[in-house]
Design a protein around this ligand. Structure first.
Ligand code: NAD
Length: 395
């Protein structure tokens, strides 16, 4: 079958297996250049390992540090009518590359919020690795089914008052004003249930009580802060409440794990094009402007460069892990530089549908978005017939 992108709003309903594989190989090649000055992770569990930051974390741990990895994700294989999801193809490519390098990998495709998947992960670790010394929680989910069967949905809304600002329709390039009504209390609480730290802590509980968490284990979850102009819809909105909860969870877990030599952190990463960030109003316009400014200044990074720095310059640097005043690892240091932010703010004031292509890197945004699904990857013949049926594990 010849596979073309089918974009519907902020998702692409098709994915290309060869493009996904090449992108995983490119990231693995970067990871192989990583040099660790301090200790390295030996065995890692990555929850949310098939896309975005979680995928790059898994690649950095496996091909940078040589760590065995257990990955957890929620993806779909191909059916008669549909291609597999991009995360499925990424994970299949990851398994092939790990097998070729003789690096242990196993994956669990299922709902990470559920008890069953946690139990499967504990059993897999016990059987194959003994213990994990790195646990990364990189889930970005729109909903969570709770133990009683009810479903909590996360929303991306401001709190307290209506938020008005510029936004962009990425496909057409039209810049317009968006008004987002504030969330009610139930929506805030639901977003915290889905994207806060409760499930991260439940994972650590399950690993600890299953006896598969190494005493010196490090665990981290990812967060974002971003510029003032997105505060109302991000950091001070519903998702920000969830991130506050995640950070409070990190402090609690850190206290607990330190008792036997472990650590817990939140890492604040750079704003990048992922399936999740493209769904947030206002953010794609900010990211398009940011990319232009950071690329022009030679400061741009993608998820693998960020995760490479996380491993070698932060989490496994020689000596203490460098953190900010609130105990957070900061990988958004380049994004948040004054000269970058003031230039983005200046462009933000000026940007319209007419000048957006010149002021921003909208083309780069669109390219990165398609690349998430295996399209526009250099060297792939998109006119060629490909088999959409790809097994997760190599034969
Ligand atoms: P993503 O959408 O690229 O990936 C999400 C992952 O979660 C996928 O592997 C998916 O399969 C998995 N997943 C979702 N629901 C699941 C479920 N119920 N069970 C099992 N797996 C499930 O996300 P991302 O943008 O890489 O975000 C990961 C984390 O990084 C989030 O905490 C996010 O807030 C944070 N972050 C993102 C950005 C950004 O700009 N994208 C910046 C800073 C921090």
């Amino acid at each position: 079958m010849v596979i073309k992108p089918k974009v519907r709003g902020f998702i692409c309903t098709t994915a290309h297996p060869e493009g996904a594989a090449r992108e995983v190989e490119r990231q693995a090649a970067h990871a192989r250049t990583l040099r660790f000055a301090g200790p390295k992770p030996k065995a890692a569990l990555v929850v949310g390992s098939s896309m975005g930051y979680g995928l790059s974390t898994r690649i950095a741990a496996a091909f940078g540090a040589g760590a065995g990895t257990v990955g957890v994700f929620l993806e779909k294989p191909a059916s008669d009518k549909r291609t597999a999801t991009a995360g499925w193809y990424n994970s299949a490519a990851f398994h092939r590359a790990a097998a070729a390098d003789g690096i242990y990998a196993s994956s669990i495709d299922g709902d990470a919020f559920g008890e069953d998947v946690k139990r499967q992960a504990v059993e897999t670790i016990r059987r194959d690795l003994g213990r994990v010394d790195l646990v990364v929680y990189s889930l970005a989910a729109p909903r969570r089914t709770l133990a009683d069967g009810t479903v909590a949905k996360s929303v991306l809304k401001p709190i307290g008052q209506t938020y008005r600002n510029k936004t962009i329709d990425v496909e057409s390039g039209r810049v317009s004003e968006v008004a987002i009504e504030p969330a009610d209390e139930a929506e805030i609480a639901d977003t915290v249930k889905v994207m806060g730290g409760e499930d991260w802590e439940a994972w650590i509980d399950a690993l600890e009580s299953g006896g598969v968490l190494a005493p010196e284990a490090r665990t981290l979850a990812y967060s974002y802060i971003g510029p003032e102009l997105t505060y109302a819809v991000y950091r001070k909105g519903t998702i920000g409440r969830a991130k506050d909860h995640l950070e409070a969870t990190a402090h609690r877990l850190d206290e607990r794990l330190r008792r036997h030599g472990g650590r817990a952190f939140v890492s604040v990463n750079k704003g990048l094009v992922t399936q999740s960030s493209s769904a947030i109003p206002v953010v794609p316009l900010y990211i398009s402007l940011l990319f232009r400014v950071m690329k022009d200044a030679g400061l741009h990074e993608g998820t693998i460069e960020q995760m490479g720095r996380l491993m070698t310059d932060r989490l496994y640097a020689n000596g203490d892990v460098p953190v900010d005043d609130d105990g957070r690892i900061r990988l958004d240091d380049l994004e948040m530089r004054d000269e970058v932010q003031s230039e983005v703010a200046r462009r933000w004031r000026e940007v319209t549908s007419e000048n957006v292509e010149g002021l921003s890197d909208l083309a780069g945004y669109r390219h990165d978005f398609l690349q998430l699904f295996g399209f526009e990857v250099p060297g792939v013949d998109y006119e060629a017939d490909v088999d959409p049926q790809v097994p997760l594990l190599p034969a």
